[in-house]
Design a protein around this ligand. Structure first.
Ligand SMILES: Nc1ncnc2c1ncn2[C@@H]1O[C@H](COP(=O)(O)OP(=O)(O)OP(=O)(O)O)[C@@H](O)[C@H]1O
Ligand SMILES: [Mg+2]
Length: 407
C-alpha cells in the first residue's frame, strides 16, 4: 500500500509526483481515477495511514473543495493541495479548511524543468516567500518541562557550527524560552516582529538572527510573553525561510505542544522527543508521539532522545514499543553531564561545554551526527565523521579551528 493517494488530470501526474517529493522525499504515491475514489480510499484506510494529494481541478471538480472535504473527513494523515498560480486567498481558504500544505504547480514545474530541486513546501497558512534547497530541520520536543531540550539544542548547535555548518538555533518556547542564555547573550531576538512583517522575506528573517559566533546564530523567543500569539501563527513560514538561509535549523520548543510547535513538527525532517527517565516519562512520550502522529508527522521522521542517560546502561527500548508512533523510532542517548554541564550552560558557556569533551557534549554530538548522516547531510569533516561513529573524543581544536578545517 502506498503512503499517499492522489487525484489529478493524467497530464499533471509527473509534476504532481515532483511536487509531493518536495514535501516528502520518500513518498510512495498511487493515483486514483476520480474525486470519489480518492475520498473512498482515504476513508477505507486506517486513520492517518495515507496522505492525500489533490491536483488541479479536473472535470469541474474544485480542487480546494475536494481537499477541504478530505480534511473534514478527518482520516488522511495530511492533505496536500497542488494548484496552478496559487494566490494568497487560495492559501488562506485552504488553511481555514484544514488543508496542511498548498503547493504551486508552476514553481514546481519551473524547478524540475531546470533540474533544480523543487521549491520548499509552503505551509497553507502563508505565502511561500522563498525558493531553493532546504536545510535539514531538526525539532526537539517533549511532553514535560525540564527534560533538557534547551541544553541539547544549544550543545548540538555549537557542535554543528564547529563542523563548519551555518546553523541557526530557533527558540519556539515563545513565551518563556531561554536558549539565548546558554550562549551568554543578554537576550534573544524578538520573534513578535514576524507577526507585524508583511512578508517573511529572507532579509526579514535574516535580520532576526542573533549571532553567537561565526556560523552560529540564535533566534527567538518573543520579547514579551503576551506577544507570543503574534509569532506563533507564522512559525512554519519562518522555518521554511530559515531553512533556505542555513545549513541546519535546530528548533527548541516549549514543554506544551503549542500551535507554533505543531507547525515546526510538521516541517521537521526529524522530530526528536526528549525524555529524561523521570517518573512521567511513559505518559509524556505517549502524549507527544500520539499528537505528532495525529498531526501527520511520518513515523519515520520521529526519533527519541534519552537525556541524562547512564553510559553503563542500555537504552530503554521498551518505551518505544508501547507508544503510538514510536514503534520504529530510532533511540539516541545524551549522557548525564553532572554539575559541569549544568554550570557551563547556566553561565552561558555552551561553546566551552563543547570544547570540554564532557560525556554529555560528546553524546549530543554523536546523536546529531547520526541524524545528519541519516538525512544525507553529515558534513565531510573528520570531527563530524568521528562523532557519527560515536567516537568524537576530546576536541583538539577550537571552534574556529574546526570551521577552518571544514573550508
Ligand atoms: N544531560 C544533562 N546533564 C546534566 N544536566 C542537564 C542535562 N540535561 C539538562 N540538564 C540540566 O537540567 C536543567 C533543565 O534543562 P533544560 O532547561 O535544558 O530543559 P528544558 O527541557 O529545556 O526545560 P523547559 O521545558 O523548561 O524549557 C538545566 O539546569 C540543565 O542544565
Ligand atoms: Mg527549555
Amino acid at each position: 500500500m502506498s503512503d499517499w493517494v492522489g487525484f489529478c488530470g493524467g497530464e499533471d501526474r509527473l509534476l504532481l509526483c515532483a511536487a509531493l517529493r518536495s514535501v516528502d522525499p520518500r513518498a510512495a504515491l498511487e493515483f486514483v481515477g476520480s474525486a470519489d475514489a480518492l475520498r473512498r480510499s482515504l476513508l477505507e484506510a486506517a486513520p492517518t495511514e495515507l496522505g492525500a494529494l489533490v491536483g488541479p481541478a479536473v472535470n469541474g471538480v474544485s480542487s480546494v473543495n475536494l481537499a477541504a472535504a478530505i480534511a473534514r473527513d478527518g482520516n488522511a494523515r495530511s492533505v496536500v493541495l497542488v494548484e496552478r498560480g496559487v494566490t494568497g486567498s487560495l492559501r488562506s481558504r485552504a488553511a481555514r479548511a484544514g488543508v496542511d500544505v498548498v503547493l504551486d504547480l508552476e514553481s514546481v514545474g519551473a524547478a524540475s524543468d531546470g533540474g533544480r530541486p523543487a521549491a520548499p513546501a509552503a505551509p497553507a497558512r502563508g505565502p511561500a516567500s522563498v525558493e531553493g534547497p532546504r536545510a535539514p530541520v531538526v525539532v526537539f520536543c517533549s511532553g514535560r518541562g525540564g527534560v533538557g531540550k534547551t541544553s541539547v539544542v544549544a550543545t548540538a548547535a555549537a557542535h554543528a557550527a564547529s563542523w563548519g555548518l551555518e546553523v541557526c538555533a530557533l527558540d519556539l518556547d515563545l513565551a518563556c524560552g531561554n536558549l539565548f542564555s546558554c550562549f551568554g547573550l543578554p537576550g534573544g531576538s524578538d520573534l513578535a516582529r514576524i507577526g507585524a512583517a508583511s512578508d517573511l522575506s529572507c532579509g526579514v528573517v535574516d535580520s532576526l538572527r542573533a549571532s553567537v559566533c561565526p556560523g552560529l546564530s540564535v533566534m527567538g523567543p518573543c520579547g514579551l510573553p503576551e506577544a507570543s500569539e503574534l509569532a506563533s501563527v507564522r512559525a512554519g513560514e519562518l522555518i521554511s525561510t530559515l531553512s533556505t538561509l542555513c545549513d541546519l535549523v535546530l528548533v527548541d520548543t516549549s514543554p506544551t505542544f503549542t500551535d507554533a510547535v505543531a507547525q515546526a513538527a510538521q516541517l521537521a525532517d526529524r522530530l526528536v522527543i526528549v525524555s529524561d527517565g523521570g517518573p512521567g516519562t511513559p505518559a509524556a512520550l505517549a502524549r507527544t508521539s500520539g499528537l505528532a502522529v495525529r498531526l501527520g508527522v511520518a513515523r519515520t521522521r520521529i526519533a527519541r532522545l534519552e537525556n541524562r542517560a547512564n553510559p553503563r546502561e542500555r537504552a530503554n527500548l521498551a518505551l518505544c514499543r508501547a507508544e503510538v508512533g514510536l514503534e520504529t523510532a530510532r533511540v539516541f542517548r545524551a549522557f548525564e553531564g553532572g554539575f559541569e554541564a549544568e554550570d557551563l550552560l547556566a553561565s552561558g558557556r555552551a561553546l566551552d561545554l563543547v570544547e570540554s569533551g564532557s560525556p554529555f557534549s560528546e553524546s549530543v554530538a554523536t546523536a546529531l551526527a547520526q541524524m545528519l548522516e541519516e538525512l544525507g547531510s553529515l558534513p565531510d569533516v573528520d570531527q563530524a565523521r568521528r562523532a557519527a561513529q560515536g567516537a568524537a573524543g576530546r576536541r583538539r581544536f577550537g571552534l574556529l579551528g574546526k570551521r577552518r578545517e571544514a573550508r
